[in-house]
Design a binder for this molecule. Sequence first.
Ligand code: MSP
Length: 509
Amino acid sequence: MKTFTLTTAIDYANGSPHIGHAYEKVLSDVIARTRRMQGDEVYFLTGLDEHGQKVQMTARKQGIEPQAFCDQVAVEFRRLCEVLLISNSDFIRTTEPRHKDLVRSILQQLFDKGEIYQAEYSGYYSPRQEQFLQEKDKVNGEWPEIFGEVVEITEKNYFFKLSQYQDWLIDFLKQNEDFIVPRFRQKQVLEFLKEPLNDLCISRPKERLEWGIPLPFDEDYVTYVWFDALTNYISAPGYGTDDFEKRWPADYHVIGKDILLPPHSVYWPIMLHASGIELPKHLLVHGWWNISGAKMSKTLGNVVDPFELADKFGPDALRYFFMREMTVGQDSDFTQEQFLTRYDKELANDYGNLLSRLLNMGARYAEGKIPAATVDEQPEQDLRKLWEETHVLVLEKYEAFEFHRGLEQVFAFLRGCNQYLDIRSPWKLAKSDDSADQEKVLTTLAVIGEGLRLASVLLAPVLPSVTEKVQGLIGIEPATRFAGNLTWGESLAGKSLGEKTILFPKHTD
Ligand code: MSP
């Protein structure tokens, strides 16, 4: 059976992970978990992009070899995956032999087919930054100070014949209107393709850049950036093996908007097409996180550390915020206040508090067990109706990657559960001697248990560890599928409730 395959971008190994990296992994993980709960087998790839000028320079500044530097960075990025509960199937590093070998073999094949040629390349060059520049790098018509003296140089390089595939790519995009999600991004690519494409320079001479994969047909050169990085999507799933047949084509490459054009929407489809490899089915392009309205940057000193947030609030809370706050495809703003508001009002109040109320009252009125529901009146019927509407809608929203809307609905249902509890007010009814009132007390607890069970199934892809905890506290095993677990009325009667637990502790600072 073909797996549902999704990938993230592989992060540059020249710094520490920030919330942009964290978001992309969480978004992909939520999709992966949702698919598993729909019954798909999932292959989910993430990893690290380790070659290139910046990595070489950063390592040199620290006085260590690039490989040793990358090894350190890889530890941090792998830890990010663990801390954020990312359920990736593999973690590719572009310095691994399985990757380097494939990059070289694809390059050799393209070279043999005449798709790669050598030519002179002229351009502005900054010896200080060891980097080619373009007119657009000028600020007010001048080269910024950081580039030092800029010179024009000419050097021989290798080029991939991108331009000859321009018409093919335009046709492909026109015939596959949903290749890029959201659609307005596909329009941008078609707009870009109205201008003629240049062939792609894919090499750097070794005297200028050592830290790369040597070209198999000219060992004096290494391959430059995108040819190396993009190939991870096929090297990791095992190109040339049976595994690859199961895992390819990828269903979604999840990427940020900055690397859509031209790498993922132009270079990658053409590289694959020229190599006779099937194209991925879709690119899912997300927007960027800004920080209190500003671009996140080391220079501004506003980089948000995902480890710190996960440590303080728990990984589930960070995952929830990412998914609830951002509309997939659009930019979003990260502010501490908004994070805390969602944490307090939604996670702690609507969800955490509902559980606490059940555990408290269960201990007080039902000997720590979930009772049977025996009353079915208007309040019960209203809540059940709310659930029927909610779960269908939420699955639709998840399917369309509108996680923010899906979560909004689940939390509206949780608020409905809290209101139901207030309407029934079992703490008042419990004082009555009437046996009908006692039945209502017990029914209320049963209904709340069921509400928590159902909401937790829908929340599981976003809050994997918290929902597991909740399920344990109401005496059930974690649900691994949506199917069969979303129908109201599974009796939890007799299940033991756990000890009083605060799911989302208050934060005073
Ligand atoms: N190494 C390349 C990708 C190669 S993929 C074959 C790269 N790395 S990156 O570290 O700069 O970015 C990795 C991913 O993080 C990209 O998809 C990028 O869009 C995303 N983000 C980086 N900063 C971001 C935000 N501020 N907000 C959201 N995502 C951001 O590009």
